[in-house]
Design a protein around this ligand. Structure first.
Ligand SMILES: NC(=O)c1ccc[n+]([C@@H]2O[C@H](COP(=O)([O-])OP(=O)(O)OC[C@H]3O[C@@H](n4cnc5c(N)ncnc54)[C@H](OP(=O)(O)O)[C@@H]3O)[C@@H](O)[C@H]2O)c1
Length: 218
């Protein structure tokens, strides 16, 4: 399977790219600039020489031409970026990991985007794709540190059951991550908003908090 990441050059996208590639998945890191996409790939290969990471850098259109596409741009660019590539996303599963957040003084606070969540906004922007929300709560620093074993649930929401299933299968390929289905895209608003809570915890306790649902035997 090849996974493409739109905006894959930022901390979140490149961390996910490294982690997926370390699990044996071919990843295309997309960017608005081909050079930047290639530069980030080289940076990751140099950083993790023992992992044989299968990474290709390119423009976002190349990332959008893979089988499974992740949107990892800033929240206010996610829907527009997907819309601009809609012809390449038809009939594909697209995963949105963007969180609409801002700082208010020392606090991280969630914003309420149109349609209630960024994930729902991406689905509306590319109606011919099947959009799932996932990976919102994984801090880039931990996700991208391949020396560090992850231990987290990944909450997945989608209106299309097969988008949720495909996303869960991808999550399950990463050691230490457990996919948890949390419902339709109506669940994306609280999932995305909760990221602000986790960031507050990280600041308060100087840690990298992650989600773990208890009482779940799966
Ligand atoms: N950072 C985290 O720990 C974390 C964790 C979970 C989820 N997230 C979410 O993941 C997303 C990415 O986070 P990030 O910290 O990696 O963000 P970022 O560095 O601000 O942006 C990621 C990439 O998006 C591209 N980009 C920037 N502005 C753009 C625009 N106006 N239009 C299209 N592309 C643009 C840039 O790539 P090019 O210049 O190469 O095109 C940039 O490297 C965010 O929505 C965030 O909420 C972040």
């Amino acid at each position: 399977m090849r996974v493409g990441i739109l905006g894959g050059t930022g901390p979140a996208g490149k961390a996910l790219a490294a982690r997926l590639a370390s699990a044996g998945i071919d990843v295309v890191i997309g960017s608005r600039s081909r050079e930047r996409g290639e530069e980030i790939c080289q940076q990751l290969r140099d950083k993790w020489p023992d992992h044989n990471l299968s990474l290709t850098g390119g423009e976002n259109v190349e990332a959008a031409s893979t089988e499974l596409v992740v949107v990892a741009t800033p929240w206010d660019a996610a829907a527009a970026t997907a819309a601009g590539l809609s012809q390449h996303l038809t009939d594909k599963v697209v995963i949105s990991m963007a969180n609409a957040l801002t700082r208010l003084g020392k606090d991280f606070v969630p914003l309420m985007p149109g349609r209630g969540s960024i994930t729902a906004g991406v689905q509306a922007a590319v109606p011919a794709a099947r959009v799932a929300g996932a990976f919102h709560h994984l801090p880039a620093h931990a996700l991208g540190d391949l020396d560090h074993t992850l231990e987290s649930d990944v909450l997945i929401c989608a209106d299309h059951p097969d988008a949720a299933t495909t996303t869960a299968e991808l999550v399950a390929k990463i050691p230490g991550l457990r996919p948890v289905h949390v419902g339709s895209l109506d669940a994306a608003a609280p999932v995305e908003s909760f990221t602000a809570v986790l960031l507050q915890v990280n600041v308060r306790y100087k840690t990298r908090a992650a989600i773990r649902i208890t009482g779940l035997d799966i």
